[in-house]
Design a protein around this ligand. Structure first.
Ligand code: ATP
Ligand code: IP8
Length: 243
């Protein structure tokens, strides 16, 4: 099976509040469906998550102000997730969105719910979200959820889709001579989008390495060119692979 994280950098315009990229998202869902592989889906927040989280200083202590931020970010993320599920259903895929805020105990997702739906032929969908822990409003990134789900669902392939061709030796958006790393043999430098609250590419690479230690092959490729999903495992594949 595939476990796929669709980055917020692909399904939203990260700089403009709540701008959804419906066409790009449809192409991804369509290409995933055409691989014929069963899959589970996680998506990121992009401009539905990070902008308001930053505005309300989340994560942080639970206050009147941060509680408002909690409700806004959670509402926007549920909304984004339903937009994704709507496309899935239109494509003939039985998606079900499972919000982490309902299913997190401590910092751990109730992954058995995902397994149950998957075993019955549904496609579980989850997303980076806000949740309450002790007296704090926390944020869990989609990347960290992929790690928790990978431990439970034991996918053969874990796929991260972002708006760049793979992991580079430094930020390709800033350095035009950045080199695409086909594997992770050399050290790379990472920078975050200014509005990110969950650690950007650096946290993603940390998570990818941990997932590969679980035994899955992990890929990072460009979700804006999602036809590349069909080239996974072939010589034509463009992206980064961690085994
Ligand atoms: P979200 O958290 O909203 O789901 P995402 O998962 O799509 O987002 P980002 O966290 O935005 O992905 O990471 C992708 C960005 O990482 C790219 O747009 C790129 O500019 C940036 N980046 C920084 N350093 C690197 C690097 N060394 N290699 C590749 N990308 C990098
Ligand atoms: O975009 C964080 O998830 P990510 C989502 O996968 C929020 O890092 C709510 C900011």
């Amino acid at each position: 099976m595939f476990l796929v994280k669709i980055g917020g950098s692909v399904i939203t315009n990260k700089s403009k509040y709540r701008v959804f990229r419906e066409k790009k998202t449809s192409e991804i869902i369509d290409n995933l469906s055409k691989t014929g592989e069963p899959f589970a889906l996680v998506h990121g927040g992009g401009s539905f998550g990070h902008l308001k989280a930053k505005e309300y200083s989340l994560p942080g202590p639970l206050t009147k102000e941060s509680a408002t931020g909690f409700s806004i970010v959670h509402r926007d993320m549920v909304d984004l997730s339903q937009k994704v599920v709507k496309i899935m259903v239109r494509t003939g895929l039985n998606g079900i969105s499972i919000p982490p805020a309902f299913t997190i105990t401590g910092d751990s997702l109730r992954t058995d719910i995902f397994q149950d739906y998957f075993d019955r032929g549904f496609i579980p969908v989850t997303f980076g979200d806000t949740y309450i822990r002790n007296n704090r409003v926390e944020i869990i990134s989609g990347d960290d959820l992929v790690l928790q789900l990978a431990a439970k669902l034991k996918p053969d392939h874990v796929i991260f889709l972002t708006d760049v061709d793979g992991i580079y030796d430094r930020n390709p958006k800033k350095y035009r001579d950045a080199i695409l790393l086909r594997s992770l043999a050399v050290e790379a430098k990472f920078e975050m989008h200014g509005t990110d609250v969950t650690g950007g590419m650096e946290n993603k690479v940390r998570v990818m390495k941990k997932i590969s230690e679980l035994g899955a092959t992990v890929y990072l490729l460009n979700g804006n060119i999602s036809s590349r999903l069909h080239e996974i495992g072939t010589d034509r594949f463009i992206g980064t692979v961690i085994k």
